[in-house]
Design a protein around this ligand. Structure first.
Ligand SMILES: [Zn+2]
Length: 449
């Protein structure tokens, strides 16, 4: 669900760098023999990795195209098995009308917890591009000298699946995977998750509780030519507001008998949201409103129909919007304040608000900052520039937030590109081996007891 953002936003939004360049140079260490072997393995496999990306991008796996999601799983799962993981497919169609989740485990031969950090790798097999999208195929973007590719999910996040597999393959080749404890959970419904999340995210949350660190292979961003990573994500959820009122001839509106009607009540609430709730890191958008003598949602709850007359006081109205916060505490506090505003009715009206289950927030912690320091030491070893972290106000919510209460993590360790979720999304092909090297070395260093 990681969305990219416009260049104009980037100009104002800070990318912060935890370490000064000077301190990084001081910490530069040469790669050891295993690290050198992993770097070579990634380079050797790069053409095959690019071919795999093309192959899986050309399989439509829109979230609701269940056979397509399963077809991508059928390409990925044997490759994970071949690396020595025990895999299982958890079908979800019967529970929440989604394809399912792929779970894979690589045990530590010496026993759990004896291979350094227990590592959880998170990702997804689906994309936002369903079968009815006109965006279906992989191609190289003309005029980029073969360096940029486009296709549905090419960066969000089939590129990330390829980065993950190449990193694990390099570890296998170098003999470092054998000394690592790694769990992989790939959901089939990240872009439109099944409900309730206690079911649709059960395996991911359980794996999070048994892990020490999480790496989410969603797309990252290259900003002004610099690669970035994330340690935080905002939450995202949907709310539905419904108001009611007495109906009658419009000449009586505002009087003691008729009161204000449902539409004025809805407008009061929305305007008080606008003027009373604003704070740092918080946004709440109104997506659509309906109101009148009748107002009803369509089957997909993405709109509806309303009827009324200008001389009749409206008895019903509704609005739907979203809410995005920096923390789950902020979500709870703002929901309570919205409830209080909703309850303060105009005369002879009523209203209720419902908050749907959405994505929680992931907040930066000292432990996740320490992971960025570790990553930047690896960048120094590899001769790459240090990576800064991106403000959570930019970009969307994501699966890693479900495990964030249990385990620190890095977000956006997959492919780098632009325009995710829009037709024409692109990937910088050089980012695939670059990210694979970073992640192979990171998992190796995390696995040292
Ligand atoms: Zn995604």
């Amino acid at each position: 669900m990681t969305r990219n953002f416009s260049a104009s936003l980037l100009a104002v939004a800070g990318v912060s760098f935890g370490l000064s360049a000077a301190s990084l140079i001081a910490q530069t260490t040469k790669p050891d023999a295993a690290e050198t072997a992993m770097v070579r393995a990634v380079d050797a496999e790069a053409p095959a990795a690019a071919a795999l990306l093309e192959k899986i991008v050309n399989i439509n796996s829109g979230t609701m195209n269940l056979p397509g999601v399963i077809a991508v799983k059928d390409v990925i799962m044997p490759r994970i098995e071949a690396l020595g993981f025990k895999t299982r497919w958890v079908p979800m169609e019967a529970f929440d009308q989604r394809a399912g989740d792929l779970v894979a485990e690589h045990a530590c031969p010496a026993g759990t917890g004896k291979c350094g950090k227990r590592i959880l790798l998170i990702g997804h097999l689906d994309t936002v591009f369903e079968l009815n999208s006109s965006f279906q195929k992989y191609s190289i973007v003309p005029g980029t000298e073969g360096k940029v590719a486009t296709g549905p999910g090419v960066v969000d996040m089939k590129g990330g699946l390829v980065v993950m597999l190449s990193a694990l393959n390099a570890m296998k080749v170098a003999g470092t995977l054998d000394k690592a404890e790694i769990t992989i959970v790939l959901s089939g419904d990240e872009e439109r998750h099944g409900d309730p999340t206690t079911v649709s995210r059960r395996d991911m949350i359980e794996a999070g509780k048994r892990s020490d660190v999480a790496l989410e292979f969603e797309n990252g961003s290259r900003i002004d030519g610099k690669d970035t990573v994330r340690t935080s994500r905002r939450s995202a959820l949907t709310w539905t507001l419904e108001s009611t009122g007495r109906t009658g001839h419009s000449s009586g509106v505002f009087n003691d008998n008729l009161g204000f009607g449902a539409i004025y009540e809805l407008a009061r609430i929305l305007d008080q949201f606008r003027t009373q709730l604003r704070e740092d890191g918080l946004t709440y958008n109104v997506g659509f409103v309906l109101g009148g003598a009748t107002a009803g949602l369509n089957d997909t709850k993405t709109g509806g129909t309303a009827n009324g007359k200008s001389n009749v006081v409206a008895p019903t109205a509704l609005a739907q919007g979203d809410l995005r916060t920096l923390s789950n505490e902020q979500t709870a506090r703002i929901e309570a304040r919205m409830q209080a505003i909703v309850s303060d009715h105009l005369p002879k009206t009523g209203a209720t608000i419902e908050f749907a289950e959405g994505y929680p927030a992931m907040v930066e912690t000292d432990a996740s900052k320490a992971l960025v320091v570790k990553l930047n030491k690896i960048n120094a070893t590899l001769g790459f520039e240090p990576e800064g972290t991106v403000d959570p106000r930019l970009g969307g919510a994501g699966d890693i937030a479900f495990v964030a209460p249990y385990v620190p993590g890095l977000v956006g360790t997959g492919a780098l590109g632009a325009g995710a979720h829009a037709e024409g999304e692109t990937v910088f092909l050089d980012s695939l081996p670059k990210q694979s090297k970073r992640m192979a070395l990171l998992m190796y260093r995390l696995s040292k007891p």
